[in-house]
Design a protein around this ligand. Structure first.
Ligand code: NAP
Ligand code: GDD
Length: 324
């Protein structure tokens, strides 16, 4: 009988954590999710799997808690998805963002190194690291030029992961994931802000949607597809870093157009551009080249851009009508 694989997921209460937990359970893993102490535990996204995962207590700000978690659960794989992940907040809380999103990675890598350096480690790196892009499309060798304190923190997290791999011979990988969305996306991110408000407008609960830069372009994929790539990265012969993207880019305006049309509405009648949602420095264009992941991991995106937008709008319409 083979020993089951054991995965520890930090950030399990977030969008990606919930999809990754479901995926790993389907693949025979024992799964533990690390949650930090808050006044109200946010387990909403874990409804479908809560009785099959172990919830353990820890915080990326506290290395002792991380050592305990790794020692007690004894994972074979660690997925570090926890972060202060909202770009806008990173200008208001740059130091906190650096502590969690940058130094938190070192703390977790150290916990793994000290307890059992054989454990395989995944770091959630981000296309936000490319920022003011140096080439189009962006691949694993494109230089970084981050445009937010969040992006700067992610660059640190990326390089410390590479450094621990090179210094301590750890199986540590960094997945440079482009934006990925789903009905479980937080309401502060633009895609879900749009789909959620489209549903409210459809049912007469709101009239307008206030947004910032409609011309920003992103390479948007479906989160459910992207968590498979994280697992594939940790199950190769050698640890390497990969760009995960669709290879297509679309503007916020296009997202609005399709989302409103899905609900039988015209975005031009509802969207208002509001200065308060513009950023001090913007990432204008992201488009990834997923060739290395396509060829090396056999990974490909399965949900198209239009399918993604429609999935999100349909889900919010269903939720909204259920609450009327
Ligand atoms: P998310 O929904 O914002 O989830 C973030 C998670 O981190 C939550 O579970 C949060 O827990 C946890 N967390 C925050 N601070 C923590 C701390 N100090 N200690 C322990 N846990 C903490 O993010 P996501 O969209 O799932 O993204 C997952 C990861 O991928 C993040 O690292 C993000 O930066 C990165 N990423 C995301 C995308 C994307 O498009 N989604 C693209 C590239 C990279 P609480 O519930 O307690 O707040
Ligand atoms: N959030 C938000 N709200 N963004 C808006 C708005 C608005 O009202 N109006 C326009 N935008 C534009 C932003 O200026 C940005 O160019 C784009 O929409 C996407 O913003 P977000 O959805 O907040 O995502 P992000 O690209 O900044 O960051 C996400 O993707 C990164 C990967 O590139 C996050 O998930 C990060 O954690 C992730 O690393």
């Amino acid at each position: 009988m083979t020993t089951p694989k054991r995965a520890l997921i930090t950030g399990i209460t977030g969008q990606d954590g919930s999809y990754l937990a479901e995926f790993l359970l389907q693949n025979g893993y024992e799964v533990a999710g690390m949650v930090r102490r808050t006044s109200g535990l946010n387990l909403e996204r874990l409804g479908g799997v809560l009785d099959r995962i172990k919830i353990v207590s820890g915080d990326l700000l506290d290395v002792a808690s991380l050592v305990d978690v790794v020692k007690n659960f004894a994972p074979t794989e660690v997925y570090n998805l926890a972060a202060q992940s909202f770009v806008t907040t990173s200008w208001n809380q740059p130091e906190f963002t650096a502590d969690v999103t940058a130094l938190g990675v070192t703390r977790l890598l150290d916990a793994v190194r000290i307890v059992n350096p054989e454990v395989r480690f995944y770091q959630a790196s981000s296309s936000e690291m490319f920022g003011k892009v140096r080439e189009v499309p962006q691949n694993e060798l494109t230089p970084f030029h981050p445009r937010s304190p969040y992006g700067v923190a992610k660059v640190y997290g990326h390089w410390i992961t590479v450094n621990y791999r090179e210094s301590f011979d750890m199986y540590a990988c960094s997945g440079i994931l482009f934006n990925h969305e789903s009905p479980r996306r937080g309401l502060e991110f633009v895609t879900r802000k749009i789909s959620h408000q489209v549903a409210r407008i459809k049912f007469g609960l709101a009239k307008e949607l206030r947004l910032g830069n409609l011309d920003a372009k992103r390479d948007w994929g479906f989160a459910g597809d992207y968590v498979k790539a994280m697992w594939l990265m940790l199950n190769q012969d050698r640890p390497e870093d990969y760009v995960i993207a669709t290879g297509e880019t679309h503007s916020v305006r296009e997202f609005c157009e399709i989302a409103f049309a899905r609900a039988g509405l015209n975005y031009e009648n509802h969207v208002i551009v509001d200065e308060q949602f513009f950023r001090p420095a913007e990432v204008d264009l992201l488009i990834g080249d997923p060739k290395k992941a396509n060829d090396g991991l056999g990974w490909k995106t399965e949900v198209s851009f239009v399918e993604l937008v429609e999935m999100m709008v349909d889900s919010d319409i269903k939720d909204c009508s259920g609450r009327l």
